[in-house]
Design a protein around this ligand. Structure first.
Ligand code: ADP
Ligand code: MG
Length: 245
């Protein structure tokens, strides 16, 4: 049984159907990369998983249990299991790095401060920011802020981490440090769904590459299959465009 199963999921914005029957499975420890042209629905897949975009039909199972997105409690449960990190990291500017990471576990989850801070220290170490506990976001580079955002997501102990173009807003010299953090999570066995335009990175780190276009999954395969020998015309066309430069 896959850890996550997305079954025939559809979603729309107004009359515009942007997910048109998505089927996807993720095993524990697997790293799936969602790729495809802008507007193909990659972000909407991640948003639908955590209940930010309503699903109009189809369903999602996690650990064999169906998520009832109509229930606020079930959506909260889904967000405990799947944490999402966006391109715009949205840290609280008036709080230290440590406070940003510990806020949700202490205030929302009501967990003990000491225990949460000890865990946060480990997470900040994991993302390479052990020396920045007391810094404020505006004292950090974009890459450092994004790594705080990743630590903040991990502080909720998700089973699956969803990363939506987390390096796209960064200056090129800051991309590597964030990719290094994701590599490190991969080596720790974190299950992840990654939306990324960093194709060399996707090729290196993903177990499964999922190519989307116009709200559909067109083709899925190993990085080698997908990059070296895509079967569909649309995937070939996409790779032809992005890998040429
Ligand atoms: P991707 O992440 O692959 O670039 P998105 O999932 O963001 O694609 O978008 C899929 C489609 O949904 C696009 O046509 C986009 O214009 C549309 N869309 C995304 N967000 C909204 C929104 N909040 N309101 C209306 N349409 C949206
Ligand atoms: Mg997107």
């Amino acid at each position: 049984m896959p850890h996550l199963a997305v079954n025939e999921v559809r979603a729309k914005y107004g009359a515009h159907e942007v997910l048109r029957g998505i089927n996807l499975t993720i095993e524990k420890g697997e790293i799936a990369a969602l790729i495809g042209p802008s507007g193909s629905g990659k972000s909407t897949v991640l948003r639908a998983l955590v209940g930010l975009t309503p699903i109009t039909s189809g369903g999602v199972d996690i650990a064999g249990q169906s998520i009832n997105y109509k229930s606020a409690a079930a959506v909260r449960g889904a967000r405990d299991r799947m944490a999402i990190v966006f391109q715009q990291y949205n840290l609280f500017q008036n709080m230290t790095v440590m406070r940003n990471v510990t806020l949700a576990p202490t205030k929302i989850k009501g967990r003990a401060k000491g225990e949460v801070e000890a865990e946060a220290a480990r997470l900040l170490d994991l993302v390479g920011l052990a020396h920045k506990h007391d810094a404020y976001p505006d004292q950090l580079s974009g890459g450092q802020q994004q790594r705080v955002a990743i630590a903040r997501a991990l502080a909720l102990k998700p089973q699956i981490l969803l990363l939506d173009e987390v390096t796209s807003a960064l200056d090129p010299e800051l991309v590597t440090e964030v990719l290094d953090t994701i590599r490190r999570l991969a080596s720790e066995g974190m299950t992840m769904i990654i939306v990324s335009h960093e194709m060399a990175f996707v090729r290196e780190v993903a177990n499964k590459v999922v190519f989307m276009d116009s709200g559909e999954i067109i083709e899925t395969g190993s990085p080698k299959e997908m990059f070296d020998n895509p079967k569909t015309e649309r995937a070939r066309d996409f790779f032809g465009k992005i890998l040429r430069h």
